[in-house]
Design a protein around this ligand. Structure first.
Ligand code: PRP
Length: 212
């Protein structure tokens, strides 16, 4: 059996739909349940639903053979996992945003940046030689500038609605992100056939969704 860790939240529905397209299906009963570990209808796959940042942890440690999670999370985690497939789901951008985008270049002294992506944000500003104080938050990051906790944020933008409705503008795009299939290094060898079957089916599903 192959265990697949799926990031709960924004990615979950798209991941389940893509897996169904690849003929890996969860029953309606499973989908309606609140269980965090489920088997697919064929009994070949087990799914565990975990917080996005925990997907690379489960996969790196081999508790899950595979995972489906955003590139943003993988960049932040720097986990040692294999990255075989861009699934093209949950497309978004990782950006720097602020009430006034000029604040990034014009900051006097230390720029205070609130984010869930401390490592990415540190590297981004470090590369530009901009001194920053990273303020690590675990959610609702868009509140920080309006409340005076930070001058800017580094966060994901999908539709742009959360930024807009909290009075923020994009100052810089750091990178794009989509959902990725990641694989544990040992599983890739020990369960080579099963992983190849899954990867091929998902690859076909991605192509068929893209050409629709
Ligand atoms: C992400 C991100 C933004 C929002 C952007 O949060 O952190 O808050 O989505 O989406 P939009 O551009 O379509 O408005 P997510 O839903 O992943 O949850 P979290 O911040 O609570 O972790």
């Amino acid at each position: 059996m192959i265990t697949i860790a799926i990031a709960k939240g924004r990615m979950q529905d798209d991941a389940i739909a893509l897996l169904a397209e690849a003929d890996v299906r969860l029953s309606a009963e499973s989908l309606a349940s609140r269980k965090l570990a489920l088997e697919d209808e064929s009994g070949k796959y087990r799914f565990i639903f975990v917080k996005p940042a925990d997907v690379p942890v489960y996969v790196e440690h081999g508790i899950a053979d595979c995972g489906i999670v955003g590139r943003d999370v993988l960049l932040e985690s720097e986990a040692d996992v294999l990255l075989p497939l861009d699934l093209g789901i949950a497309r978004c951008r990782l950006v720097v945003a602020a009430i006034d985008p000029q604040v990034i270049k014009g900051a006097f002294g230390m720029l205070r940046v609130a984010t869930k992506y401390s490592r990415i944000a540190g590297a981004h500003f470090g590369a530009q030689g901009i001194p920053v104080e990273i303020i690590s938050l675990s959610g609702s990051v868009e509140l920080a500038p309006a409340l005076g906790l930070a001058d800017a944020i580094v966060d994901l933008v999908e539709t742009g609605r959360t930024l807009r409705e909290n009075g923020l503008k994009v100052a810089e795009v750091i990178t794009d992100s989509t959902g990725r299939l990641v694989v544990n290094r040992a599983s890739y060898q020990l369960k080579a056939d099963e992983i190849a079957t899954l990867t091929d089916a998902l690859e076909r599903a991605v192509r068929s969704v893209e050409t629709r």
